[in-house]
Design a protein around this ligand. Structure first.
Ligand code: BES
Ligand code: MN
Ligand code: ZN
Length: 488
């Protein structure tokens, strides 16, 4: 486990196994960033020369290791690129994350990055804690280096790190859940874990099992879950603050594995569908984080959990069921299952009389086609709220972009037998059509936003900044940020 603390010591004489410094690129060449000057001095002014000789260019997130041969108290300097100008706090988070990743296997590291403001200190600490993340639960060969142990952020500034630690723990928990294989994480198991962690954090917990779901009319969750030997669950977690004036509801898609059901996915699209519970993960992680921070707001979280499998009991394309809202749905494609479980959660959330509902879901491949792997799509029934969500996400370091819900796309969901079909007649604008489907189930008069994190929830390629390969914990920080925004 990685720990982080603040220390006011001078970088060149601080005792550790490695010292991290920032270096800017630019038209005049490499420039040591604030924090690195005294290190450069101790190295006889040769920091830039040494970095040039290992072809370091200073671009954001690039790292290079330089031995210090006794010139400093640390045997190693790790330079991390900070780009050409004074970057954003997100640049700093990413640089710290890249440094923490490069320091895997190091016991004690000191970070001498630009840290004069509280914001900068928090960015370094959060980036480092998120970058240090590893998932080694299934490794037996000891080849994976342990994460960097103790991190000292060198700064004169004062900054409480409680929030940073809570946020990092929330995000890293979500990453663990997403990375856990579906052989070890099915709906009841995730529900149990959520109930346990929720109770520990002082949340009110309610778990509906398959019998309760059937009896109470959660037709979508039941329909999606009926093909699996692992039955579905709906988890409700409630955080309350006595001085709260606002109530928020978060709803997460929690498909612990999405095979597509009878509308089976091709195998190339299936091997990472353990990540299809990333939305529910983010809702759980954020609720635990919000409780840990003691925010003055009420937040109710719903985890809509099912395993989408083909079998003799699975739902069939052309089945019709009645959703929790009372509306009937024709299932034309069992692989469009996320919207079916989500709308039961969204309709139920209305009973909490929330000021707003935000759902988070790995909902459509079309999100990835439209916006790529790293940028979430945000849709809403209120333009001002949509803007607000995008801004909060941006501040949290989770890129997203506002997307419309064009009214003319609704007719594509017309069913010949039921109130609505789950598959549009055309594939164009599929991310938006999914949003339009959800919107139809939002309780009257409630402000609602939908965040499609199909791409951002899982990093299939190399790590970058503080983002590891695999589960990323996407949207967790946005949800915590939202709760902070509405806290009194
Ligand atoms: N879980 C998938 C969406 C997804 C795709 C998430 C790729 C992450 C990466 C979702 O359940 C799904 O299968 N959606 C279909 C909907 C379609 C059948 C209307 C899709 O996007 O292809
Ligand atoms: Mn699917
Ligand atoms: Zn899915």
């Amino acid at each position: 486990m990685t720990t982080v603390r603040l220390m006011a010591s001078a970088p060149a004489s601080h005792d550790a196994d490695a010292l991290v410094v920032g270096v800017h690129s630019g038209p005049q060449g490499l420039r040591p960033a604030p924090g690195a000057e005294s290190v450069d001095e101790a190295l006889g002014g040769k920091l830039v020369e040494a970095l040039r000789s290992v072809a370091f260019t200073g671009k954001t997130g690039e790292v290079a290791k330089i031995p210090t041969f006794g010139a400093l108290s640390t045997p190693l300097v790790l330079a991390v690129g900070l780009g050409d100008a004074d970057g954003t706090v997100e640049d700093l988070r990413r640089a710290a994350g890249a440094a923490a990743r490069a320091l895997a296997g190091t016991a004690r590291a000191a970070f001498a990055l630009p840290a004069t403001t509280r914001e900068q200190v928090e960015a370094i600490a959060l980036g480092a804690l998120l970058g240090a993340y590893t998932f080694d639960r299934y490794r037996t060969n000891g080849e994976l280096k342990p994460p960097v142990g103790e991190i000292a952020v060198l700064t004169e500034a004062e900054a409480p790190l409680e929030r940073t630690v809570v946020v990092a723990e929330s995000v890293n928990l979500v990453r663990d859940l997403v990375n856990t294989p579906p052989s070890d994480l099915w709906p009841a198991k995730l529900a149990e874990l959520a109930a346990e962690r929720g109770a520990q954090a002082g949340l009110e917990v309610e778990v509906l099992d398959e019998t309760a779901l059937k009896e109470n009319g959660y037709g979508g969750i039941v329909a999606v879950g009926q093909g699996s030997i692992n039955p579905p669950r709906l988890v409700r977690l409630a955080y309350r603050h006595p001085e709260a004036t606002k109530t928020l509801a978060f709803v997460g898609k929690g498909i612990t594995f999405d095979s597509g059901g009878l509308s089976l996915k091709p195998s190339s699209a299936m091997d990472w569908m353990k990540a299809d519970m990333g939305g529910a993960g983010a809702v759980l992680g954020s609720l635990l984080g919000i409780a840990g921070l003691g925010l003055k707001v009420n937040v109710v979280g719903y985890l809509c959990l099912a395993e989408n499998m083909p079998s003799g009991t699975a739902q069939r394309p052309s089945d019709v069921y009645t959703s929790y809202s009372g509306k009937t749905v024709e299932v034309l494609d069992t692989d469009a299952e996320g919207r079916l479980v989500l709308v039961d959660g969204i309709a139920r959330a209305g009973e909490d009389e929330p000021d707003l509902i935000v759902d988070v879901a790995t909902l459509t491949g079309a999100q990835i086609i439209a916006l790529g792997w790293r940028t979430a799509g945000v849709m809403a029934n209120d333009d001002a709220f949509r803007t607000r969500v995008v801004e909060i996400a941006e501040r949290a370091g989770e890129p997203s972009w506002p997307m419309p819900l064009p009214a003319e796309l609704r007719k594509g969901l017309d069913s010949s037998v039921a109130d609505i079909a789950n598959l549009p007649s055309e594939r164009w604008g599929s991310m938006l059509v999914a949003g339009i489907f959800l919107k139809e189930f939002v309780p009257d008069g409630v402000t609602w936003a939908h965040i499609d994190i199909a791409g951002p929830s899982f990093n299939k390629t190399d790590p970058y900044g503080y983002t590891p390969k695999g589960g990323t914990g996407a949207a967790t920080r946005t949800l915590i940020g939202l709760a902070e925004e509405y806290a009194g």
